[in-house]
Design a protein around this ligand. Sequence first.
Ligand code: NAP
Length: 338
Amino acid sequence: MADQLRRITLASRPQGDATTEHFALETSDIPEPGAGEALVAVDHFSLDPYMRGRMDDGPSYAEPVAVGATMGAQGVGRVIASRADGLSEGDVVTGMTGWASHAVLPAEQLTKVPDGVPPTAVLGVLGMPGFTGWFGLTEIGKPKAGETLVVGAATGPVGSMVGQLAKAYGLRTVAVAGGADKCEMAREVYGFDAAVDHRAYGSVSEMRKALDEAAPDGIDIYFENVGGKTLEAVLPLMNTFGRIPVCGMVAWYDGAGDVQTTMPALWRTLLVKRMAVQGFIIADHWDRFGAFQSDVAPRVNKGEIEWREDVAKGIESAPQAFLDMLKGGNTGKQIVAV
Ligand SMILES: NC(=O)c1ccc[n+]([C@@H]2O[C@H](COP(=O)([O-])OP(=O)(O)OC[C@H]3O[C@@H](n4cnc5c(N)ncnc54)[C@H](OP(=O)(O)O)[C@@H]3O)[C@@H](O)[C@H]2O)c1
């Protein structure tokens, strides 16, 4: 029905894996634009992994989609009616149209797609996903020629941007992709030096072996798009001073929403809270020890800093005290009174 607006709404929130039952197709009259608004006939809208998160109502960096509301998305289309200065019928524009055939949006929320740019490019390589790859790699990954980068979802818009930029910066690039065809695409189309098919390995250790062979000098940057088995396989292969831009973890989006205490939830927290992942070894920082002493010793002396000890009695108690401590059996600094 071309004269009706069609939209996909969130029918209910998934508990576990999402299914088609969680969506509904609804129709309604096409709205008229108000003052300062334009009516867009949407040609394309984007489906992005983040949308799965918006179906859940757990704490996140963005509001969830309300049950009954249109699923959100960036779209591109043509203005078919305008009451906004600067927008005319036929203009090709992009904005957050949602999963919908038409959208009325204020002019300030619509951007004209420049002449010569394929409209759908603004949903991918020249839009949010491409930008994400660029920013995450250059600002967080800090790539250096000669290093090795691994990225999952390597043939997607984020991963392919990351891989290609990294290659251009002189890195060895290793794709993780699902299936032989995508691996070939990663190598042939996006120029990855190697590609590992995560679906070809039944276990983390098998996949790690394949990655180890693909990255013989270790991994300096793991651009995290996927989590799951890939993350587990990659982590032990990271080089000293490696960087992990945590961009997404799509392996855990669907059906992992109710996991609160294990790896998916913890790893997701890094992203949602925009935390930096950087290890350190204190031995690298002895030059700061004097500064520490000057700052902290007076506070301890003044009682401003409390401290506790847990004293195990007898040297024979040391092994068990040690193992208990590893499981949290200590209260305060574990020491042994010989
Ligand atoms: N932080 C941000 O602001 C931001 C912005 C944009 C995107 N992102 C994130 O970036 C990532 C990539 O986004 P995209 O738009 O480029 O997606 P995409 O690559 O187009 O699609 C997601 C891909 O994830 C891969 N995948 C799914 N399950 C997997 C699993 N269990 N193990 C390994 N790979 C799996 C699949 O590729 P294969 O078939 O190759 O496995 C799938 O094609 C997502 O995590 C997304 O949420 C983050």
